[in-house]
Ligand binder design. Structure first.
Ligand code: 26Q
Length: 815
């Protein structure tokens, strides 16, 4: 990209003057962040417009990624890097005596997602633009993203994430493209002006959806795609009559009700809310996005929809946007007079579905009452889709009445969103090899029997631009010095690093970089939460959402065990270790919250015990989010990927750790399996029961956690310490955790996630780690092996897989 220093400076000054009435010497950090971002956007703008023109000029197939979440994080540094002007901007700022890092920290994270699924969407957008594919995101412009987490007295407390309190310099409001989305009302049957029979909705609540566009800037290319996020508002504003009568609350009721739709991201991952507002959110952005697409299509092609599926592919990110399926039917049938069969043909050639979880409780289903009340006409269409599905089921599985009932989209008074997706989509994919296998053979077995051709795997990936080039500039430079540029767009080139495995200078340099990154994280945590970290210690890290299946509990029980050992056995002298945790718990997930309290309680005790000072430390990183993740991965030695085998669909932090030279301590689960395969099991630490072993115990009801307590006194001791007063004088705080492991509570089996069964194997793997870390050079070689073999885990590879098997896009070069 062309960059002219003087022009940029002038632009910056002009913005400060116009927006804030200040000159540079008066501007504060925030003003500068805003003005630098706006000036950069101005430079990007011509490419953004050129990209749109290119796509409009000769109609090519475009991908639309519908997702309730886009966990974008910060934009400034990433955008400057992607358009190749970061260094120049840095120089300009230096000349003006402004520190880039200071203004970078002024940008709030765009935290419009919970975790893996939302961040995956963000990585995909980066890869699509970088690879010159016409692919865009559609989602919701939440006023409040993922809550801010503070730890108070060891407990998680949630605060609203008011990320838009200052304006967002990266978005452009497109009021000209607003559409209307209707809720509720009643179905009426009538005729169009030209006499055609037609369904109408009367007395509906009308909500205006206004799009805000964000540029998605490809790396080292002119392509700039679009993330379009919808904001909800009332078309009627507030009620002036009521206001004049001094009925102020009712005067704004309608307005609030509409605005609530895009108010806040639901902070549950892997567990639906069942709340009507959530379905409203889903329909709101799905309908708005489809209206946007159809309007554009009709503008170009008129109302002959036979080319629609050739020009559009819509990827549904989990079941959250699946209501788009009947909504497209409704739009085509009710608004454009298309016949059912033609509409169904369009729909079944346009939509593809990605499944991100096998937890049964996460499969979305809506009570008919809620669905029908909110979307009466869409529900009618779902009924018709279901009626036809059941006919098909009767033909394909004669006499299998169980299937006829349980595979129906509507049964048990519920609408099953995943069933609708699998039935209507031409592709159904899982997100790692094991996950897809489990879908085919277990969770979705019946559907795989019905539609084997639809099922395929797309192992997740991450963008190396954000997670290496941007987050770890020192390692990026190390790599480029050795193998040159190219890996930024072709990550498999990292393989060339293997040449340096036996190069002493390189290994020493790698150790030095890791230590510096550990120091940087230590500095950050000192400043952010007054924690002291020793960069010479092993940084053993588990950062991800808090969920029982991810087994943070296993990790902290091991810490408690090591603490006991250090206190009891003066001859036990392992290398110093820092156990780092970062995790948000869904607000209503009580047991997850007790695990956070437990981690903080154990941390407090251990960190204040002189007997173990310098040997172990426990740190809970508050408010874990993308911008903090960018500091953590480069500093990690050990990557904790310890989910119960068969339950983590893929995981993506495992890939970020690997790329940054951490060694994986993991179960044979999700993408860990593929990581061990690429890096070699000898360059990581595998432990724990296998999926088959767990499935077998589950089938035979043969798991008895008591046996593990009986034969492992050290384990029995830490489990007892949850309730014996060691950590909590009231004996109550961790009683539920204790009982859930030992007895089972609320009708659950004891230790549903096999924590006790895997404990011993986990401890042994940790011993191996402690021993291996003694040989720093050998450790660094293993790290380099991991980095060199991380190529497969680029989201560029994932996107090429989607393009080849599902999307069939062509690259469009922007001139
Ligand atoms: C659904 C309904 C109502 C409210 C919330 C939800 C909801 C929200 C988010 C349900 C699930 C999620 C997020 C799921 C998720 O992040 N899954 C993860 O996806 C990653 C990307 O594929 C995988 O790597 C992880 O293994 C998987 O857990």
């Amino acid at each position: 990209m062309e960059f002219n220093k003087e022009e940029f400076k002038a632009n910056l000054s002009a913005r400060l003057r116009r927006q804030y009435g200040k000159d540079i010497s008066q501007a504060n950090k925030h003003d500068l962040f805003d003005a630098v971002s706006a000036s950069a956007l101005e430079l990007i703008m011509p490419n953004w417009m050129a990209t749109r023109n290119e796509y409009d000029k000769k109609p090519t197939k475009q991908l639309y990624y519908l997702s309730a979440e886009f966990l974008m994080g910060r934009a400034l540094s990433n955008n400057l890097i992607n358009c190749g002007i970061k260094e120049s901007v840095n120089e300009v700022l230096k000349e003006m005596n402004i520190d880039f890092n200071m203004i970078e920290d002024e940008e709030p994270d765009a935290g419009l997602g919970n975790g893996g699924l939302g961040r995956l969407a963000a990585c995909f957008l980066d890869s699509l633009a970088t690879l010159d594919y016409p692919g865009h995101g559609y989602g919701i412009r939440y006023e409040y993203g993922m809550f801010e987490q503070r730890i108070e007295d060891g407990y998680q407390v949630e605060y609203p994430d008011n990320w838009l309190q200052h304006r967002d310099p990266w978005e452009i409001k497109r009021s000209d493209l607003a559409v209307t989305v209707k809720f509720g009302g009643n179905i009426a049957y009538g005729k169009t002006p030209d006499g055609q029979p037609r369904f109408f909705i009367e007395n509906a609540e009308e909500v205006t959806a206004t799009p805000y566009d964000m540029p998605i800037i490809g790396y080292d290319t002119k392509t700039v795609n679009t993330l379009r996020l919808w904001q909800a508002s009332s078309p009627n504003g507030f009620d002036l009559q009521l206001f004049n009568n001094m009925d102020y609350n009712r005067a704004v009721e309608r307005q609030n009700s509409a605005e609530n739709i895009s108010r806040v991201l639901y902070p549950n991952d892997n567990g639906p809310s069942g709340k009507a507002l959530r379905l409203k959110q889903q329909y709101f952005f799905s309908s708005a996005s489809l209206q946007d697409l159809v309007r554009h299509y009709v503008g170009d092609h008129g109302t002959d929809f036979s080319k629609f599926a050739e020009l559009h592919v819509i990827q549904l990110n989990d079941t959250h946007p699946v209501v788009a399926i009947p909504e497209l039917m409704r739009i085509l049938i009710d608004e454009y007079n298309v016949s059912w069969d033609e509409a169904w043909d369009v729909v079944t050639h346009t939509f593809a579905y990605t499944n991100h979880t096998i937890l049964a409780e996460a499969l979305e289903k809506w009570p008919i009452e809620i669905f029908q009340g909110l979307l009466p006409r869409v529900y009618q269409i779902v009924e018709e889709i279901n009626r036809r599905l059941v006919i098909e089921l009767r033909q394909k599985f004669p006499n299998d009445y169980y299937k006829h009932e349980h595979m129906a989209i509507i049964h048990n008074n519920m609408v099953y969103m995943a069933w609708m997706a699998i039935h209507a989509c031409f592709s159904v994919n899982g997100v790692a090899e094991l996950h897809t296998e489990l879908l085919k053979t277990a969770e979705l077995k019946d559907w795989y029997t019905l539609y084997p051709e639809k099922f395929n795997n797309k192992t997740n990936g991450i963008t190396q631009r954000r997670w290496l080039l941007n987050a770890n500039p020192k390692l990026a430079a190390f790599i480029t010095e050795r193998i040159g540029h190219g890996w930024e767009k072709e990550l498999s080139k990292l393989k060339d690093l293997e040449k340096y495995i036996d190069d002493d200078a390189s290994i020493n340099e790698l150790i030095k970089i890791k230590t510096e990154n550990k120091q940087a994280l230590a500095d950050y945590l000192k400043h952010a939460q007054n924690e002291f970290l020793d960069p010479e210690s092993i940084f053993d890290v588990q950062v991800k959402r808090l969920h029982e299946y991810k087994r943070q509990l296993l990790n902290i029980l091991h810490v408690m065990y090591i603490y006991n050992r250090l206190v009891e056995d003066p001859d036990y002298n392992p290398p110093a270790r820092t156990f780092i945790f970062g995790a948000k718990a869904a607000s209503g997930y009580r047991r997850a919250k007790s695990i956070i309290k437990l981690i903080n309680t154990v941390a407090e005790r251990i960190n204040n015990d002189r007997r173990v000072r310098g040997k172990i430390r426990v740190v809970f990183v508050e408010n874990y989010r993308v911008s903090v993740a960018e500091k953590i991965f480069p500093a990690a030695d050990v990557s904790e990927q310890i989910s119960t085998a068969g339950l983590e669909a893929s995981g993506t932090s495992n890939m970020k750790f690997m790329l940054n030279g951490a060694l994986t301590l993991g179960t044979m689960d999700g993408a860990n399996i593929e990581i061990f395969e690429e890096a070699g099991k000898e360059n990581g630490f595998v432990f724990g029961l296998l999926t088959e072993e767990i499935k077998k115990m589950e089938a035979e009801h043969s798991y008895n956690p008591q046996e593990y307590l009986d034969c492992n006194p050290a384990l029995a001791k830490v489990v007892e310490q949850l309730v014996d007063g060691t950590y909590d004088p009231t004996h109550q705080l961790f009683k539920e955790l204790h009982d859930s492991l030992v007895y089972g509570v609320e009708g659950q089996r004891p230790d549903v996630y096999y924590v006790l069964a895997d404990f011993d194997s986990y401890c042994k793997a940790k011993e191996k780690i402690a021993a291996a870390y003694g040989d720093k050079k050998q450790w660094a070689k293993m790290a380099l092996k991991n980095i060199a073999n991380a190529g497969k885990f680029s989201s560029d590879r994932t996107i090429e897989d989607y393009v080849r098997d599902i999307w069939h896009l062509k690259k469009v070069e922007v001139k």
